[in-house]
Design a protein around this ligand. Sequence first.
Ligand SMILES: [Zn+2]
Length: 181
Amino acid sequence: MRARAGTVVLDAGHGGHDPGGIPRQRYQEKSATLDIASRVRARLQAAGHRVIMTRSSDVFVELSRRVSISNRAPSGAVFVSIHFNSAPNLDAHGIETYHYDSRGAALAEAIHRQVLAATREEDRGVRRARFYVLRYNKRPACLAELGFLTNAQEGARIYRSSAYRQQLANAVAAGISSVLR
Ligand SMILES: [Zn+2]
């Protein structure tokens, strides 16, 4: 167990005065991201991994600070940012996972696969994006968008069911564990 243990930087998106999402959406992003990140942390720690959180309460953390926390982590660490999607088109739904470089791609693929299998939500693909927390990250990094809070069905599933949030967290943790091995 100990030989396999790795370090994971978990980044709960948004926080404090930045709620995430789009104006007037019913379900707030920043609380859902922290809920999932906390559940992922518990799961990873139980498996013997070390977890560093960029935030563990409802506070605002600059993107540059999130990245510097990751860049100071041990060289074998991986970085996973947790988000939920929002769109003016209320029909939009499903899971998408982002990476910037090839080192993040394997991590993104592993998490994406696990989350799709656990949720059976629509596959919106693994995509490359120049998001700040990915682009300036020195560790393998990915950003998971775990469903649309603006979609009535998906939003309700995420917000009203702690069992579903635990399923999401278990899937994210399983994806991370698979690349740490
Ligand atoms: Zn977000």
